[in-house]
Design a protein around this ligand. Structure first.
Ligand code: UT7
Length: 323
């Protein structure tokens, strides 16, 4: 059977780092509160000329280099983002143009913080369905541009960045020993749509709007939802937490990450954590974490890797893959 195998990974961050200390000059907050409640120590903020598409392009080029491929080898681009450069066209076609590609097809996926998990699952389905052979899957965000910088309950949490994977069709045996995406488990429940949302949009206010979140409500649901989809992915493949080499969680909050790992019996040494460096970069957080841990040699060929996320909608999901 056809499997979607990771051939390359890449990441891009804005130049400007904003530390918790600097945050103290913007809103009534302090480093201790932010570190204790979230694990975040700094985040990157896009400056002039840096956009979701420019960061996504840089991450894509890094992933292509790593895969020893060029844009000519790619036939599909999927971008997970909630902060597109324009309402339309899709950021994916913007990146397609920046890469000088006139062939293939490109589109965006919008599932907020779960966007990258949805995008990998989508790319895998297209590849296995024979619609594409090589895909660039990008998570890219500039959440700093939709934050209310007077609201301390949200503005300290988020940051900007992008990450990308190259997925390629490869023949597998159909067992869990295969490299590539082994299973995906996606969920959403729009009943929770008002707990984490943006209070504007083209069809309602005609404005971009600002991010609003009932943090405690999101927190309350996060661990249960995340562990449910991970257990679903384990059950679908006959694997267990003991088989896992790496858990790469969405990087929203250290307490959610630790709580989920503990509930699943996954030791913290097997969990990739970058929330301290990047803050919550929504759909970019998982590919940024992957690029960090694969880049420093922790994630190696043959490793069993679980990706998981939960976010606005609510949406939540997990992807199990062999690197
Ligand atoms: O990526 C999508 C998913 N999103 C998330 O996963 C976010 C989930 N939620 C969270 O991570 C946490 O709920 C937060 C980090 C947002 C908040 O942590 P918490 O432990 O739930 O704190 P809280 O909202 O219960 O607030 C505790 C106190 C409040 O003061 P009072 O009412 O107890 O006097 C807040 O006003 O902390 C206060 N507070 C702050 N203090 C200093 C809220 N924000 C800040 C701040 N600095 N930035």
């Amino acid at each position: 059977m056809i499997r979607s195998v990771v051939r390359g990974f890449g990441a891009a961050l804005p130049k400007r780092v904003l530390t918790n200390r600097e945050m103290e000059d913007i809103v009534e907050t302090n480093d201790e509160w932010i570190v204790q409640r979230t694990g975040i120590r700094q985040r990157y903020i896009a400056g002039e000329g840096e956009t979701t598409a420019s960061l996504g392009e840089a991450a894509a080029r890094a992933a292509l280099d790593r895969a020893k491929l060029t844009p000519a080898d790619i036939d599909m681009i999927i971008v997970a983002t909630s902060t597109p450069d324009n309402t339309f066209p899709a950021t994916a076609v913007n990146i397609q143009a920046r890469l000088g590609m006139h062939h293939g097809f490109a589109f965006d996926v919008q599932a907020v913080c779960t966007g990258f998990v949805y995008a990998v699952a989508t790319a895998d389905a297209y590849i296995r369905g024979g619609l594409a052979r090589r895909a660039l899957v990008i998570g890219a965000e500039t959440f700093s541009r939709i934050l209310d910088w007077t609201d301390r309950t949200t503005c300290v949490l988020f940051g900007d960045g992008a990450g990308a994977l190259v997925l390629e069709a490869a023949e597998g045996k159909g067992t869990i020993a295969d490299r590539g995406v082994l299973t995906a488990n996606l969920r959403s429940d729009g009943a929770h749509r008002d707990k984490l949302y943006v209070d504007g949009g083209p069809s309602t206010t005609g404005t971009v709007g600002h991010l609003r979140m009932e943090g405690r409500e999101v927190f309350k649901h996060a661990v249960g939802m995340v562990t449910d989809v991970i257990e679903g992915a384990f059950n679908a493949t006959g694997t267990t937490a003991d088989d896992l080499d790496w858990l790469v969680p969405h990087q929203a909050n250290r307490r959610i990450i630790d709580g989920s790992a503990r509930k699943l019996g996954i030791p913290l040494e097997k969990v990739v954590v970058t929330v301290d460096l990047h803050g919550n970069t929504s759909a970019a957080s998982i590919p940024l974490a992957i690029a960090t841990a694969a880049g420093d040699g922790r994630i190696k060929e043959g490793d069993l890797v679980m990706l998981e996320a939960m976010g606005g909608g609510f949406t939540w999901g997990a992807v199990l893959l062999r690197w």
